[in-house]
Design a protein around this ligand. Structure first.
Ligand code: GRG
Length: 272
């Protein structure tokens, strides 16, 4: 089988898999519409692309089971976006260039669509032909990254931080949980599925962490200086909140320098 190293081809592969399979495991029509609406609304498919790209460093057999396990992280990511947009959280009207899930389906159905995507994500990681020891390791790392030791903890810190000025170190911890943990998982998942040794996995984890930091700095920077990259982001806020961001703490030039440092570190990832 040919190695797919072009990001557009990986995105198409992932999109095709999601379109063909998302409805298979959903037994209620409106829930299916709501879950599919957000999942198929677009998005860069960064996380599953990272998994598949990493996997292909070690193995070129991109089977349907590998793609299914990789796509699970996109289900979970979409759940986090739906819940983050809810009135009780960020209260956003637009996501991925279209109305947010709760604007289209109501807050109750949007909550359930998120719940459904979160649960289905673990089903896709476990319900496949991959070896049991691989599935076990994926489930452990996936739950650590997405749960109360990772993304959910980061979101909790974010909500609390809206009312205070964070230091750069606090901001870094918040982001490494809120967004970094899932990007780290997406990177190591490719190595886990390819059954690489522990040292290689450590190296992948290190790359994933630095890449996650660079991603967040870039996202914050684009919030301030971006144009098209930010289309479809939030427009509606009905509460006066304080957002902690890199540009606010470091200024635009300081943020650009931090980004270039992080990207350099990611490219130069090596064993200590
Ligand atoms: C609700 C438990 C819970 C967590 C939500 C990830 C998250 C935590 C909230 C998203 C808010 C946000 C905009 C964070 C900034 C970084 C980020 C995750 C951006 C969105 O990811 P992209 O750029 O989005 O990969 P697409 O749409 O391309 O998939």
């Amino acid at each position: 089988m040919k190695i797919i190293n072009n990001i557009d081809s990986l995105q198409s592969l992932i999109n095709n898999y999601l379109v063909a399979n998302i409805s298979n495991d959903i037994s209620q029509d409106t829930l299916n519409d709501s879950m599919s609406y957000s999942l198929l609304a677009g998005g860069k498919r960064l996380r599953p692309s990272l998994t598949l790209a990493t996997f292909q460093i070690f193995n070129d057999q991109l089977s349907d089971d590998v793609i299914k396990a990789a796509c699970a992280v996109e289900l979970l990511h979409t759940y986090s976006l739906i819940h983050d947009d809810l009135p009780a959280m960020d209260n956003d009207d637009l996501r991925r260039g279209v109305a947010t899930n709760h604007v289209k389906f109501g807050a109750g159905m949007a909550t359930l669509a998120g719940d459904g995507l979160l649960t289905l994500a673990f089903q896709w990681v476990a319900d496949n032909q991959l070896d049991d020891h691989i599935v076990r390791q994926l489930v452990i790392e996936f739950s650590k990254a997405a749960g109360p030791a990772g993304m959910v903890a980061g979101q909790a810190a974010d909500i609390l931080g809206e009312h205070q000025q964070l230091t750069i170190n606090q901001l870094q911890v918040l982001h490494s949980n809120k967004t970094g943990a899932l990007l780290r998982y997406a990177t190591i998942a490719g190595g886990i599925i390819a059954d690489v040794d522990q040292n290689t996995l450590k190296l992948l984890a290190k790359f994933g962490e630095i890449f996650g930091l660079a991603f967040q700095i870039y996202d914050d920077l684009m919030d301030v200086i971006g144009t098209t990259a930010q289309m479809g982001k939030q427009v509606h806020k009905d509460h006066d909140e304080h957002k902690n961001t890199y540009p606010e703490l470091l200024g635009i030039d300081g943020t650009k320098k931090a980004l270039s440092r992080a990207l350099g570190d990611a490219v130069g990832t090596k064993e200590e």
